[in-house]
Design a protein around this ligand. Structure first.
Ligand SMILES: NC(=O)c1ccc[n+]([C@@H]2O[C@H](COP(=O)([O-])OP(=O)(O)OC[C@H]3O[C@@H](n4cnc5c(N)ncnc54)[C@H](OP(=O)(O)O)[C@@H]3O)[C@@H](O)[C@H]2O)c1
Length: 332
């Protein structure tokens, strides 16, 4: 396993982070435990969960808590708050009221005294940002949380949050968790440059586009039954209508070609591409089986060549846009 510093902090995290969204959902407890054990055995030290993951909210955290018993202090454990965990009006969002309850509930389920990395899971348009940020700062001061992270923010929202925390000398976000893969490169326009400029680590979710880049999907065919993408609703990021585009199938063709010439699986090529991109700290790998985990672990320990990276970039790059085109031309 390889490691990188988490942004400008002094803590090193594995380049593969174990995602646990399948725990207590597609993966039962025994499979989830086997996945966790194998990940730790392979040298992984970065684990990602959230208070909403699992068939019922909290189930993934409970399984992670049991699976990490005994190794807790060797792992950088991340969880998140924002999405509804109950029916009440205040069982959601980033108010002081909800965050203070949510952190206690996460600690209880994780059987932990502290959370290493506590993410806000999404922008909350209803709560003043100052209320959220001062609450997060209190959690760091109390020792319940060690580092702060943020997920699913736009660039201006993240920059505004960083500026507010700086103004009041509150603990700042040290890591962003955005979606990023060969089929979703949007963060390259604003968000990734911002994280590099401000020294944030970037741990990306959806590095296989929800499984699309594993190679099990074919042009002109329905997605195989029982897969995440087959079950995805229209408003999910990995909805079939969003994934099954000609551009994405061309990306998959290039991934497959490189995989067969290098003796690697499609998933390994797609993950290796993510890890090769500047500013990316870790790829959060999701797996529903031990075999998928094993496959994904094979994405580290080797590198794509510059020709392979160029070929993948050619088929997947973003269209030119304004003002980036203007600036890159005139600000030389
Ligand atoms: N912050 C956020 O908003 C957010 C959102 C989503 C996820 N996350 C985090 O990021 C983690 C990873 O995200 P993701 O699940 O979207 O990642 P992903 O790697 O894009 O998709 C994972 C899915 O792809 C399939 N898969 C994975 N490895 C495979 C392999 N080797 N061969 C074939 N199929 C494979 C599995 O689904 P099938 O077997 O069903 O095809 C698996 O559930 C999650 O566990 C969670 O911790 C965060």
């Amino acid at each position: 396993m390889e490691y990188q510093f988490l942004g400008s902090t002094g803590v090193q995290v594995s380049r593969l982070c174990l995602g646990t969204m399948t725990f207590g959902r597609e993966a039962d407890e025994a499979t989830s435990r086997a996945i966790t054990d194998r990940f730790l055995e392979a040298g992984g030290n970065f684990v990602d969960t959230a208070d909403v993951y699992g068939k019922t909210p909290g189930l993934s955290e409970e399984i992670v808590g049991r699976a990490l018993k005994g190794t807790r202090n060797k792992v950088i454990l991340a969880t998140k708050v924002y999405f509804p965990t109950g029916p009440g009006a205040n069982d959601r969002g980033l108010s002081r009221f909800h965050i203070m309850q949510a952190v206690e509930a996460s600690l209880r389920r994780l059987q932990a005294d502290y959370i290493d990395l506590y993410y806000v899971h999404c922008w909350d348009k209803r709560t003043p940002l100052e209320e959220t940020l001062t609450t997060l700062n209190d959690l760091v001061k109390s020792g319940k949380v060690r580092y702060l992270g943020v997920s699913n923010f736009t660039a201006w929202q993240l920059m505004k949050a960083l500026s507010i925390s700086e103004r009041y000398r509150w603990s700042k976000f040290v890591c962003l968790q955005p979606q990023y893969s060969l089929v979703v490169r949007d963060i390259e326009r604003e968000i990734l440059p911002l994280c590099q400029e401000e020294g944030l680590g970037v741990a990306v979710w959806g590095p296989l586009g929800g499984g699309f880049l594993s190679g099990k999907y074919r042009r002109g065919e329905k997605p195989p039954e029982g897969t995440r993408i087959a079950a995805a609703k229209e408003d999910w990021e990995e909805a079939w209508s969003r994934r099954a585009t000609e551009k994405n199938f061309r990306i998959l063709d290039a991934v497959r070609e490189i995989g067969s010439s290098r003796g690697k699986s499609c998933a390994q090529v797609a993950l290796a591409w993510v890890l090769a991109q500047p500013g990316i700290t870790s790829a959060i790998i999701g797996a529903r089986t031990l075999e998928q985990l094993e496959d994904n672990l094979g994405s580290v320990g080797w590198d794509l060549t510059s020709e392979e990276l160029e070929a993948l970039d050619r088929v997947s790059r973003l269209e030119e846009g304004y003002p980036y085109r203007f600036i890159s031309y005139f600000a030389r």
